[in-house]
Design a protein around this ligand. Structure first.
Ligand code: AKG
Length: 252
């Protein structure tokens, strides 16, 4: 059964503020997750056609901003069950800005999402059981209250001959690794069941743990949001409210 929680309890809010993340159990029901996984597998295998469907093989197989062309993803992205918890964390209206659907564990090195999307936070929806075998999220608790590495610290501008991947691997990820050591707190793996949602702060240091059972599926939809009053939006795709309305710029 999916839970009907509309806002966070005081204890959940305290945990989120202290640790920078929080697991909400059974937000989505098992049959909702199964239908979603089947949809994604049908698209992957070519059994279903969808205009715009595109998978990247970058930190595992994944799609990027599928909500912009797939109503199934959009529906989950702005599902009313996510609204209360997100609004509670932001203390503002959440607007959806980005999705990534992961077919498998990403093994993504440690990073902070606000390096890429200022002011953001995430709702990471597990569509299957995620444990040590298939590459869970790994987080450094409390790191959201320490330093944020920004593009002023590690510019995104590429050096001569540098690719984006090299910028990340040679300059950005090492800077975050150093911060992990400075923060001095042991990272933890967050294991969850299908239908659970991990909320996490955009300053929290996190990544994808090593996949122990190679070839296993790890369907998870990573949803990113920014507060309605954030002026930090420079992308050319829309900010989407939970009523479905869209705007591209802050002042629209
Ligand atoms: O799902 C993962 O393994 C990584 C997700 C992530 O890094 C993100 O959503 O920012």
């Amino acid at each position: 059964m999916a839970s009907e929680q509309t806002e966070l309890t005081a204890a959940q809010k305290r945990f989120y503020e202290e640790n920078g993340y929080l697991v909400l159990e059974s937000v989505f029901a098992a049959d909702e997750c199964q239908r979603f996984v089947q949809h994604l597998e049908d698209l992957h295998a070519g059994r279903k056609q969808l205009d715009g469907f595109f998978q990247q093989n970058k930190y595992g197989f994944r799609t990027f901003n599928q909500h912009l062309y797939d109503p199934c993803v959009l529906e989950l992205f702005i599902d009313p069950r996510l609204y209360g918890p997100l609004a509670d964390c932001f203390e503002d209206e959440p607007e959806g800005v980005q999705t990534m659907h992961f077919y498998e564990g990403s093994e993504h090195p440690f990073h902070q999402d606000q390096y890429y999307l200022p002011d953001c936070m995430s709702a990471w929806i597990a569509m299957v059981k995620v444990d040590a075998n298939n590459g869970p999220l790994v987080v450094q608790p409390g790191s959201h209250r320490r330093r944020l590495i920004t593009q002023d610290d590690v510019p995104m501008t590429l050096l001569p001959g540098e690719t984006y991947e090299l910028q990340q691997h040679n300059r950005y990820f090492p800077a975050v690794e150093q911060l992990v050591r400075q923060n001095g707190v042991d990272p933890v793996q967050v294991t969850v069941n299908a239908g659970d949602v991990i909320l996490f702060d955009g300053k929290l240091i996190h990544g994808g743990a090593k996949v122990l059972k190679l070839g296993t599926r790890r369907h998870a939809l990573a949803c990113h949001y920014i507060p309605y009053h954030s002026e930090n939006w420079e992308r050319d795709w829309p900010r989407i409210s939970f009523d479905g309305s869209r705007r591209v710029h802050y002042n629209q």
